[in-house]
Design a protein around this ligand. Sequence first.
Ligand SMILES: *[C@@H]1O[C@H](CO)[C@@H](O)[C@H](O)[C@H]1NC(C)=O
Ligand SMILES: *[C@@H]1O[C@H](CO)[C@@H](O)[C@H](O)[C@H]1NC(C)=O
Ligand SMILES: *[C@@H]1O[C@H](CO)[C@@H](O)[C@H](O)[C@H]1NC(C)=O
Ligand SMILES: *[C@@H]1O[C@H](CO)[C@@H](O)[C@H](O)[C@H]1NC(C)=O
Ligand SMILES: *[C@@H]1O[C@H](CO)[C@@H](O)[C@H](O)[C@H]1NC(C)=O
Ligand SMILES: *[C@@H]1O[C@H](CO)[C@@H](O)[C@H](O)[C@H]1NC(C)=O
Ligand SMILES: *[C@@H]1O[C@H](CO)[C@@H](O)[C@H](O)[C@H]1NC(C)=O
Ligand SMILES: *[C@@H]1O[C@H](CO)[C@@H](O)[C@H](O)[C@H]1NC(C)=O
Ligand SMILES: *[C@@H]1O[C@H](CO)[C@@H](O)[C@H](O)[C@H]1NC(C)=O
Ligand SMILES: *[C@@H]1O[C@H](CO)[C@@H](O)[C@H](O)[C@H]1NC(C)=O
Ligand SMILES: *[C@@H]1O[C@H](CO)[C@@H](O)[C@H](O)[C@H]1NC(C)=O
Ligand SMILES: CC(=O)N[C@H]1CO[C@H](CO)[C@@H](O)[C@@H]1O
Length: 440
Amino acid sequence: MLGAVFVLLPLVAAHTGCGGQHIGRRNTGGPAIRSLEHRQVASSNEDPAAQCAPYNYQPATDLNSQFPTIWGTADLVSGDTEAAALFAQINATVNERLPGVVPNGDGSHSGSWGSSFSYPSSDPNCWWTSTTCTTPNSSTGIAADLTTMPEPETWGFGFDDGPNCSHNALYNFLQENDQKATMFYIGSNVMDWPIEAMRGATDGHHICVHTWSHQYMTSFSNQQAFAELYYTQRAIKDIVGVTPKCWRPPYGDVDNRIRLIASLLNMTTIVWDHDTNDWEEGTNGVTVDTINANYQTIIDKAKNGTFSTYGPIVLNHEIDNFTMQEMMDQYANIKAAFKYIVPIATGYNITHPYMEANITYPDFNEYIAGDRNVTTTSASPSASTVAPKAAAASNTSHASNSSSSSAAAASVTANKSAASAVLGVSLPAILFGAAVACIL
Ligand SMILES: *[C@@H]1O[C@H](CO)[C@@H](O)[C@H](O)[C@H]1NC(C)=O
Ligand SMILES: *[C@@H]1O[C@H](CO)[C@@H](O)[C@H](O)[C@H]1NC(C)=O
Ligand SMILES: *[C@@H]1O[C@H](CO)[C@@H](O)[C@H](O)[C@H]1NC(C)=O
Ligand SMILES: *[C@@H]1O[C@H](CO)[C@@H](O)[C@H](O)[C@H]1NC(C)=O
Ligand SMILES: *[C@@H]1O[C@H](CO)[C@@H](O)[C@H](O)[C@H]1NC(C)=O
Ligand SMILES: *[C@@H]1O[C@H](CO)[C@@H](O)[C@H](O)[C@H]1NC(C)=O
Ligand SMILES: *[C@@H]1O[C@H](CO)[C@@H](O)[C@H](O)[C@H]1NC(C)=O
Ligand SMILES: *[C@@H]1O[C@H](CO)[C@@H](O)[C@H](O)[C@H]1NC(C)=O
Ligand SMILES: *[C@@H]1O[C@H](CO)[C@@H](O)[C@H](O)[C@H]1NC(C)=O
Ligand SMILES: *[C@@H]1O[C@H](CO)[C@@H](O)[C@H](O)[C@H]1NC(C)=O
Ligand SMILES: *[C@@H]1O[C@H](CO)[C@@H](O)[C@H](O)[C@H]1NC(C)=O
Ligand SMILES: CC(=O)N[C@H]1CO[C@H](CO)[C@@H](O)[C@@H]1O
């Protein structure tokens, strides 16, 4: 099927189908959603089935009507005048700077571009799926994608497609190793699994956008592409409390039009240069041996000097039990072969990865020196500066079993223990409570 489509294309997508087939959603046609009070899954519970029991987190459910249909193609939500106004502005800029650039394909968003569609081999739009182009012509003024790490012998560490409901084993493992990562979250997963999304930030990982519905971005109209990015950014803001300034295109499917829309939403495009293809396990007879070999190839390159002047950005996934377990199983080997394993932004000294300028991550030197925690500074330190999302998570009407449910005294401590009870994590790690400076 792809053969006809890519007749004019020198390179075929290396990443077709990645992950998509695994992606399911909370409670589809399933049992009635149970309330959070009955969710007693602590972070110590690493059983996938228990973690993936559906639950309802009311603050997220209350937001549903302000967002596109979960797992549907995103579009402007009717009545959302703020989004519409921002889009009108962005659309005008796109039309002015890239006149005549239209969506790729025949209207499908699944990577089958259609037999009537052709694209010039000169690659005028720097379309990754066609040529793996990552550097737009400088005449466009569009920034190049991040593809590698600037630091030698450094593994650029990130996970696509989260948050997955069953991620406790992985996140506990990362915590035990004081290892942070870049998490590319899908908006629909954030809405489906809000508590898991909060844990990502709470644990001090970098949260980036991985679109609303995980489809081929260059196939979308300007408006759909905007909505896929904008509503994911906003879901992360509303649920997790931060507005990411980074994103990764599903399947790597990006071109200048999509890069420009993302940049007008203040987001840097991050792709990768090495792929574990971990998602392939179990498909078409691909076994764990193949995936092990894929990791080993990257590890061997570290050993033979390939990364003496730069590091790889490696693609792997938080999709399911296998991909997460595989990374955990490979971690010691990676650590032995590479000097450093760091979140992608850290390699670039991006210390403010969110629009919220008061949230600061360590730079590369700080990180490798062991200073890995996120700090939140406050203009006027006071107890009330506990961040809104930690407070939301402390909603005692949901967390009925939290140790603080009777703590009428609205102290920071009460909110801390409430959040910790709900999130099932130890509190010093709470990002927004972060305000650690304020709390202590
Ligand atoms: C609270 O937790 C206790 C012990 O963990 C359990 O027996 C009880 O059913 C829980 N209450 C609710 C409302 O979930
Ligand atoms: C956005 O731009 C496209 C052309 O690229 C145009 O077809 C569409 O009508 C515009 N949308 C809005 C809402 O202005
Ligand atoms: C870059 O854009 C300029 C101006 O449109 C054009 O003349 C040039 O051929 C382009 N270069 C490449 C490598 O596409
Ligand atoms: C992008 O960042 C700039 C500078 O912080 C800000 O003024 C602007 O509002 C942001 N744009 C969007 C769409 O958030
Ligand atoms: C290192 O190994 C890779 C993968 O096996 C190979 O492509 C590359 O040429 C090797 N580089 C050196 C310097 O030996
Ligand atoms: C999350 O992981 C579980 C366990 O492997 C898997 O069954 C489920 O389909 C995954 N969920 C999503 C949304 O991919
Ligand atoms: C994978 O599933 C097994 C069996 O349920 C469980 O023990 C293990 O912790 C899971 N691993 C991950 C990474 O979730
Ligand atoms: C990050 O900061 C360190 C220390 O200032 C510097 O040595 C390094 O070159 C910087 N890296 C990048 C990619 O700017
Ligand atoms: C951080 O800045 C955001 C606005 O970007 C604000 O809402 C929040 O209250 C600030 N947090 C602290 C702890 O000051
Ligand atoms: C707490 O839950 C109630 C009832 O669902 C809801 O109305 C309220 O907005 C929630 N408050 C917070 C801070 O999440
Ligand atoms: C970072 O946070 C962890 C967990 O909260 C804490 O144990 C550790 O001491 C902190 N490290 C630094 C350098 O502040
Ligand atoms: C100090 C502080 O942030 N207190 C908050 C704790 O959480 C409740 C909601 O559960 C808020 O009402 C308090 O303002």
